[in-house]
Design a protein. Sequence first.
Length: 186
Amino acid sequence: MKIPVEISARHVHLSSQDLDKLFGPGYELKKLKDLSQPGEFAAEEKVTAVKDANFTFRIVGPTRKQSQIEIAASEAKVLGLKPPLRLSGHLCCVWSKLEVAGPQGKTKVKVIRAKRHLHCSPADAEKLNIKNNSQVKVKIDNSQGMIFDNVIVRVGENYKLACHLDIDEANASGLGRVCGFGHLVK
């Protein structure tokens, strides 16, 4: 079964409270485009790292309970950060923070390197014979043929089949900013 492989560029998820701090009370994000996972979208709005104005972060909506920035290891190095490797939304014991600015203010946001993961619906999980939170290997179907180990399976009713890699992993596997396909290997 072919698995779409998508590149997750650096981005930020904001809580309603942080969105208000950065853009003003009651601000609502403007949708730029839908993302592959149902209900998620890239917003028109971005925030800027106070430490380095060259680093902007596209906001991914809708708002969440907690704010978080997701970056690749190479980006963290440039910013002088050592964020932990975590699943998105798993922010316990994350001490790495970055101050970001919007048009109405600033706030500090926890920073992680997102673990590579495989979104799938319960039906796709059954077809692939995999379970939520298990680890699998995904081989990229291109001339480089790189295999990614320790890909965390995330099963959800609203998930659409897709493996997410950060930009460093995508570049290493020959995908660059172009999405591709892969398959599970045993």
